[in-house]
Design a protein around this ligand. Structure first.
Ligand SMILES: [Mg+2]
Length: 146
């Protein structure tokens, strides 16, 4: 079900090419969205906890979380979000080039809502981003956090 306002998406990604492709994909989609980008795991937590310069940050409706990040890994970020009483309800989509079973299983064991392998082909990457955001922001009903 579509939100009655712009969907807030938080992208946690250190790879500039992936950031650019995600931006492109989201600009082309019909889902009204506001994309925020942070480039390391520590900033991701500062953003969701609205601290250290992120006091005015919007509450994300969807988090796109890269697995391999500087300072704190995607798994560490995921674990913190999913152990928080309120933030754990935010859908977190893990993204990685990894195909390793332990990475995929590990993400689900930490309550990732979804694990996606990043396609190498940029058109496929754009398509996947659009499908994913359309599913989570238009098809699924989401919790409304304060
Ligand atoms: Mg990375």
């Amino acid at each position: 079900m579509e939100l009655s306002r712009k969907a807030e998406i938080l992208l946690v990604e250190d790879n500039e090419a992936d950031i650019r492709l995600t931006k492109e994909a989201l600009e082309e989609t019909k889902v009204l969205n506001n994309l925020s980008v942070v480039k390391d795991g520590e900033k991701a937590l500062d953003f969701v906890f609205k601290r250290k310069g992120f006091e005015e940050a919007p509450s994300p409706d969807l988090i796109l979380l890269d697995l391999n990040l500087p300072y704190k890994s995607g798994k560490e970020v995921l674990a913190e979000i999913k152990s928080h009483p309120e933030l754990k309800s935010i859908p977190v989509v893990m993204l990685s080039t990894s195909q390793a079973k332990e990475d995929i299983n590990g993400a689900y064991l930490l309550h990732a809502n979804c694990f996606l392998s990043k396609p190498v082909d940029f058109e496929e990457f754009v398509k996947l981003t659009q499908k994913t955001t359309s599913y989570w922001l238009e098809t699924a009903r989401l919790p409304e956090l304060q």
